[in-house]
Design a protein around this ligand. Structure first.
Ligand code: ADP
Ligand code: ADP
Length: 233
């Protein structure tokens, strides 16, 4: 079962002398319950692809399907609702709300949607990130690794169809990176979460079960870890 599909996606910036093909005919499937890493040199189109897949950016041409919904055909208002309800996003810079506690940050997507947290799920997510004694702390009182684990919990709290992570360990030391990656990995293994992560760190990509390599806006190759088994098998 495919969670997300890119079909012939192009993203072109500028025109004439300044024309840049950030993505040139990219097609890829992201299976449900799989952890995919997207790697490639700086400027190869990784962030652009992730933003197109997550409905944060519109392709110039081609389609992006979340399940059977074509995101490129959705009016902005419906796209906003779909992003809120069915997509989680983790940013390199954490993007937590500084005035809210860790717990308030985690439940923010539900509060904004006017939904009550599923207490069992919330407890599971909080136990898995291992921050039970830090929930009343503000982001500034947490280490970088702890802040990113809060951001991951926030991305998972509404049980989205897919979690996108853009260089989630880019601001972290190796120990904190390992904590965050272990959490994403567990969310795939234990909860069948679908995760798509952009990274330039091979140690981070090693947590994924598939690595896509981008070069100059096209998919260059794909590495499927033969030792990784789909959590759905
Ligand atoms: P990566 O994430 O792999 O570093 P990006 O997706 O950020 O690559 O960028 C891919 C290409 O698109 C680069 O050449 C970049 O300069 C260009 N680009 C990205 N965003 C814009 C923009 N808003 N306007 C013009 N060019 C852009
Ligand atoms: P991590 O490996 O999760 O990044 P660190 O080893 O960096 O954690 O942090 C060690 C301890 O110091 C953590 O328990 C964290 O709560 C605390 N800590 C780190 N930064 C701050 C801060 N700015 N204010 C208060 N406590 C902090």
């Amino acid at each position: 079962e495919v969670a997300v599909r890119a079909a012939g996606v192009w993203k072109v910036y500028g025109g004439g002398q300044t024309r840049v093909e950030a993505l040139a005919d990219v097609s890829a499937d992201f299976g449900k319950g799989r952890f995919t890493a997207i790697m490639g040199p700086s400027g190869s189109g990784k962030s652009t692809l992730l933003h197109c897949l997550a409905g944060l950016d519109k392709p110039s041409d081609g389609q992006v399907f979340l399940g059977d919904v074509d995101l490129t055909k959705l009016p902005e208002k419906q796209l906003t609702h779909l992003r809120r309800d069915r997509i989680g996003f983790v940013f390199q810079a954490f993007n937590l709300v500084p005035t809210l506690t860790a717990l308030e940050n985690i439940t923010l997507p539900l509060d904004l949607a006017g939904r009550k947290p599923d207490q069992d799920w919330l407890t599971t997510v909080i136990d898995t990130i291992g921050l039970t004694d830090r929930l009343s702390h503000k982001p500034a009182e947490l280490s970088g690794g702890q802040q990113q684990r809060v951001a991951c919990a926030r991305a998972l709290v509404s049980r989205p169809d897919v979690v996108f992570a853009d260089e989630p360990t880019g601001n972290l030391d190796s120990r904190s990176s390992a904590d965050v990656l272990a959490f994403l990995h567990r969310s795939v293994r234990d909860f069948h979460q679908t995760v798509v992560m952009v990274t330039h760190d091979p140690a981070a990509a090693a947590y994924a079960d598939r690595v896509l390599f981008l070069a100059d806006g096209t998919l260059e190759s794909e590495l499927v870890d033969p030792t990784a088994e789909s959590v759905l098998d």
